[in-house]
Design a protein around this ligand. Structure first.
Ligand SMILES: *Cc1c(COP(=O)(O)O)cnc(C)c1O
Length: 477
C-alpha cells in the first residue's frame, strides 16, 4: 500500500531532482555533508547518511515521492499540518483570496481576513476567571518573528513606564522558541544555541518542570512544584530586573517532547502576578489542538499576558504568526510620541492569503468536530503506544493529546542514554523512512505528532513501523 506506483522511470526522475536540489539548495537544520551520498540505496554501513526525498505531492496524511513511494507524515511536516496535505477547503480559500487581494501594506490599511481572523482568535483564546481577556492581535510571519514581537513588547511596555531596569527574560531550561537571535537567546537547546552564545542577550534560565526528570519517588506534580519553587527563588533574586517569563505550555517540543503537569502553569501564572512580570505562552507548536485542548493553557485554566501562535495557525499551508496581547499591554504603547509606539513590522505582516487560510482552518475545527474526533484518535494512540513501553530500549512513553513520545536509551532506563555518536535516532529515522513513515527524531526521542486526519490503518502502520525502527536502530547497540 505504501509502495504506490514505483517504476524505473519514476526512480530516475527522483534521482534527477535530488541531484538538481543538491546543486543549488542549502537545507534547514541539516549537515549537508550527510546528504551527499544519499543517492545510494539506504544502508551503506555508515551511520550518518541522510536520504533526501523529493516530494511530488501531498495527499491527506501521505506525502508522495517523485519515485512514487508514499510516506506517512507522522510529524505533520515540522508540526505545521493539521488536517492533511492539500486539504481542498483550505486550498480553495487561498485561491479565492488570491484572486481578490493577495497582499496589502497593513500600516495605514486594513482588510477583511486580518480583522476576521483577529476577532476569531480572540474569541477562542484561553480565558481565566478574574483576568481581563486577551484583546489585541499583532501579526508576524513566522514563529520566531512572533516570539521576537512578544519579547520586544514586554520589554518596551516597562520601558514606556520608566522601568528601565527590567531588561531580562526568564525562560525554562530545555525550552525552545525559534532561531532568530532574540528567540535563540531565550532557548536552551545547546545544539542550536552554543555556537551563537556570544551574540545572544543574557537570559535567566529556570529549571524545567519536565516530568521525565523526576527523582526517585517523585510524581509529575512534585516535579512541577519543585520547579515552581526554583522559579520563585529566581524571581526574588532578580526582583525588578525581569520583564517576562516565556515558556512552552505542557510540552517542550523541540527539547524532546518533554511534558509537564499543568499545575506548573498555574504556579508560573501566580508567581508572574506576584512579581509584576508578564507571562508569555509560546503555543507555536502546542496550539490548535495538539495537546487535546485547542490551546494548552486551557488545561491549567490560565491565560497569559502574551500568547504566541504560528505553525498550525494556517492549517499548515502558509507562514503566519499572531501575538495576542492584553488591553493593558496595548494601552501602554498609546501616547503622543512615535517612540512610545510599537514600531515593529514585517513586510508581509497580516498577509491576506495566510489570514484566509487560517480562518478556513479554524472553521474546519467546527465543521468536522475536530477536537472530539481527536480525543478518539488520541485514545487509540495510547493503546497502540502502550506495548512499546515494555521494549528493552524504551525508557519512557509519554503523551499529551495528539503527541506521543518514546525516549530511547541503552537499557531502557533513564540513567543510560545512548552514546550520541551512535546516532540511534537517525538510524530509526532511516529505518522508518524505508518503510514509508516519516518519524523525524529529536536526538534519541521518537515521536508521533500526526495530522488529525490519520486513520486506523495508518495508525497501525505507524505503531508497527515505530517498533521495527526501534529494533533496527538499536540492533547495533
Ligand atoms: C517552531 C517553534 C518556534 C519557531 O517557529 P518558526 O516558525 O520555526 O520560526 C517557536 N517556538 C516554538 C515552541 C516552536 O516549536
Amino acid at each position: 500500500m505504501n509502495e504506490g506506483t514505483h517504476d524505473a522511470s519514476m526512480i530516475a526522475d527522483a534521482a534527477h531532482w535530488r541531484a538538481r536540489d543538491l546543486a543549488v539548495l542549502w537545507h534547514p537544520c541539516t549537515q549537508m555533508r550527510e546528504h551527499m551520498d544519499s543517492g545510494a540505496p539506504a544502508e551503506n554501513g555508515r551511520g550518518d547518511v541522510l536520504p533526501l526525498v523529493p516530494i511530488a505531492h501531498g495527499d491527506g496524511a501521505w506525502l508522495v515521492g517523485r519515485d512514487g513511494r508514499r510516506y506517512l507524515d507522522a510529524v505533520s511536516s515540522w508540526w505545521t499540518n493539521l488536517f492533511g496535505h492539500a486539504e481542498p477547503r483550505i486550498a480553495d480559500a487561498i485561491a479565492a483570496q488570491a484572486r481578490t487581494l493577495e497582499q496589502v501594506i497593513l500600516a495605514g490599511f486594513s482588510h477583511q481576513p486580518a480583522v476576521e481572523l483577529a476577532e476569531k482568535l480572540l474569541s477562542l483564546a484561553p480565558r481565566e476567571d478574574g483576568r481581563a481577556p486577551l484583546s489585541k492581535v499583532f501579526y508576524a510571519d513566522n514563529g520566531s518573528a512572533g516570539v521576537e514581537v512578544a519579547l520586544k513588547m514586554a520589554f518596551h511596555w516597562f520601558h514606556n513606564r520608566g522601568e528601565h531596569k527590567r531588561t531580562k527574560f526568564i525562560a525554562l531550561e530545555n525550552g525552545y522558541h525559534g532561531e532568530t537571535i532574540g528567540a535563540l537567546a531565550v532557548g536552551d537547546i545547546p545544539l542550536y544555541r552554543r555556537v551563537y552564545a556570544p551574540l545572544l542577550a543574557e537570559a535567566v534560565f529556570a529549571p524545567s518542570p519536565d516530568a521525565y526528570q523526576a527523582e526517585a519517588g517523585e510524581s509529575a506534580i512534585d516535579c512541577a512544584e519543585r520547579a515552581a519553587v526554583a522559579l520563585r527563588e529566581l524571581l526574588e533574586r532578580h526582583a525588578g530586573e525581569i520583564c517576562a517569563l516565556i515558556l512552552e505550555p505542557r510540552v517542550q517540543c523541540a527539547g524532546g517532547m518533554r511534558m509537564h503537569d499543568p499545575l506548573y502553569l498555574q504556579r508560573a501564572r501566580e508567581l508572574c502576578d506576584a512579581h509584576g512580570v508578564f507571562l508569555i505562552a509560546d503555543e507555536i507548536a502546542v496550539g490548535f489542538g495538539r495537546t487535546g485542548t485547542l490551546f494548552a493553557c486551557e488545561q491549567a485554566g490560565v491565560a497569559p499576558d502574551l500568547l504566541c501562535l504560528s505553525k498550525g495557525l494556517t492549517g499548515g499551508f502558509l507562514p503566519l504568526a499572531a501575538v495576542l496581547a492584553t488591553q493593558d499591554i496595548y494601552d501602554g504603547f498609546l501616547g503622543d510620541s512615535r517612540e512610545r509606539a510599537f514600531l515593529h513590522s514585517h513586510s508581509y505582516t497580516g498577509n491576506p492569503l495566510a489570514c484566509a487560510a487560517a480562518l478556513r482552518s479554524l472553521q474546519i475545527f467546527d465543521e468536522d468536530g475536530v477536537l472530539a474526533r481527536n480525543r478518539v484518535t488520541a485514545t487509540r494512540m495510547t493503546e497502540l503506544a502502550a506495548p512499546l513501553a515494555a521494549h528493552s530500549h524504551v525508557a519512557d512513553v509519554r503523551q499529551a493529546g495528539m503527541i506521543v513520545a518514546f525516549e530511547l536509551t541503552r537499557h531502557g532506563d533513564k540513567c543510560t542514554p545512548f552514546d550520541p555518536a551512535l546516532r540511534i535516532g537517525l538510524r530509526a529515522y532511516r529505518a522508518a523512512l524505508e518503510r514509508g513513515v516519516v518519524l523525524r527524531p529529536l536526538g534519541d526521542v521518537l515521536y508521533w505528532m500526526p495530522p488529525y486526519c490519520i486513520d486506523e490503518e495508518q495508525l497501525v502502520l505507524l505503531a508497527e513501523t515505530t517498533r521495527t525502527a526501534i529494533d533496527e536502530a538499536t540492533a547495533c547497540a
